[in-house]
Design a protein around this ligand. Structure first.
Ligand code: GDP
Ligand code: MG
Length: 432
């Protein structure tokens, strides 16, 4: 294992001067308030819950994402090889999954198959489905994990030109990924708007992020150190966590490293990355339960907030009031009515879990307040109350389930597949 020096001293101080509306956090960077969460998306479907762990490859174009997948799966010089090149090559989201024989599956087919975890992607429209491709490969590693290759970020291209909501699609994958490799190469460390947007979307998924400084074989050791420092310097304002993310420095392709480069380091880094991948595969059940619990927490907070908006609306309404005006007043300035503060005061909600209040303007623009019922009215004699049930799931049932998995856990065959089952794991896919 390589002991990387603690690079936290490289992190510049938080640059912003504003304070977070959600929690009063001072001086957050341009990438947004660290305390605000996204609103809950549509409920997870069965296919998503039973799916294999997903590893997502993100980053600028031509940094070696497709080459890395080819390398990890040993696909180079086989008919399954993903296309790579120095120009922006991948324009599709490619899902590489296990299948009995090599097969390409069109996006429309994947989205139509409700047994697959990708059917919710249909909501991003036909233009996107044309840019979604599935490849089934009979590879052992893919029995346990699914890889997703993405089109690289191109800073000078406007999002609209892609013809589909690129950021929303990325967010969908980010929310579900068990491991997110954000790949860079030494020539593309500059941070532009698209990359900044990407890191904003990664907020809340910091523990899944691994930064890869790829193509390290193209630099001599001293130059590599400079680039490593520059990478942290560029990324620090974009990541709102005190602990710096794990950075893997190596060259993930099958060719020999250049003579004057730090070969031992690259090999050790690669082994660490494979161990990391193995951990994710081993923890898949825990991660799924954590995903469902995280979703339940968001749904609960959302329900409490909508309830608070509705209660405030009912309190303000008189016989002569114009409902539309009353509610607009509330939604324009929820703080005047202590909507968010009262949730913090009355319930055990963390201020860091509160969603972005601006999003509620859009939410109520689409879902009129009058279409909701108070939580106190959402109880039935047999079924109990909605709020109590979700609280029981968050505080008791899901943690109990997690505990029972921990107790019953045995080492599985898979760990041997990747690491060789020893103290010093072997990389099966590395050149001899
Ligand atoms: N020197 C070096 N070049 C690499 C490495 N990995 C990929 N490349 C080259 O970088 C270019 C872009 O690779 P590609 O996988 O298509 O990048 P993507 O756009 O991020 O998927 C190709 O010409 C690759 O041969 C590496 O580890 N070292
Ligand atoms: Mg590519």
């Amino acid at each position: 294992m390589v002991g990387l020096r603690d690079p936290s001293h490289l992190l510049p101080p938080c640059g912003g001067v504003s304070s977070c509306p959600a929690c009063g956090h001072k001086g957050f960077p341009a990438s947004g308030c660290p305390c605000e969460q996204e609103m809950p998306q549509a409920s997870p479907r069965d296919g998503e819950i039973t799916s294999k762990p997903m590893v997502l490859f993100l980053g600028p174009w031509s940094v070696g994402k497709s080459s890395m997948i080819n390398y990890l799966l040993g696909l180079d010089d086989t008919p399954y090889q993903l296309y790579t090149g120095a120009e922006p090559t991948t324009s599709e989201f490619t899902v590489i999954m296990h299948g009995p024989k090599l097969k390409t599956i069109e996006g429309i087919v994947m989205a139509a198959d409700s047994a697959r975890s990708f059917s919710p992607l249909e909501k991003f429209g036909q233009n996107f489905l044309e840019k979604l491709i599935g490849i089934e490969v009979p590879h052992k590693l893919l029995e346990r994990v699914t890889f997703v290759d993405t089109p690289g970020i191109i800073e000078n291209r406007k999002q609209q030109e892609r013809g589909y909501p690129f950021n929303d699609v990325c967010q969908w994958f980010i929310d579900r990924a068990d491991l997110i490799f954000v790949v860079f190469d030494p020539t593309k460390l500059d941070v532009g708007l698209e990359l900044e947007m990407l890191f904003r979307q990664l907020k809340g998924r910091e523990s899944q992020i691994r930064i890869i400084l790829n193509k390290a074989d193209s630099l001599a050791t001293q130059e590599l150190m400079r680039v490593y420092g520059a990478l942290f310097w560029s990324l620090a304002p974009l990541i709102n966590v005190t602990e710096p993310p794990r950075v893997y420095v190596s060259s993930f392709w099958p060719h020999e490293y250049q003579p004057d480069t730090h070969k031992d380091l690259f090999l050790k880094e690669e082994i660490s990355l494979l161990e990391d991948l193995n951990q994710v595969i081993e923890n898949r059940m825990e991660n799924k339960i954590a995903f469902i619990r995280q979703h339940a927490i968001r749904v609960r907070i959302h329900a409490l907030l909508v309830d608070r908006y509705l209660q405030t609306y009912k309190d303000k309404m008189t016989f002569f009031s114009d409902g539309e005006l009353v509610f607009r007043d509330i939604v324009e300035d929820p703080d005047k009515f202590f909507i968010f503060k009262s949730i913090l005061a009355k319930t055990n909600v963390s201020k860091f879990d509160l969603p972005n209040r601006e999003a509620y303007k859009d939410f109520f623009g689409i879902n009129p307040i009058t279409s909701f019922k108070l939580l106190s009215q959402q109880c039935s004699y047999m079924g109990g109350c909605f709020l109590e049930k979700i609280e029981k799931a968050i505080t008791r049932e899901l943690p109990d389930l997690l505990g029972s998995i921990g107790l019953g856990k045995k080492p599985n065959v898979l760990s041997c597949d990747i690491t060789g089952c020893g103290e010093n794991p072997k990389n099966r896919y590395k050149k001899p």
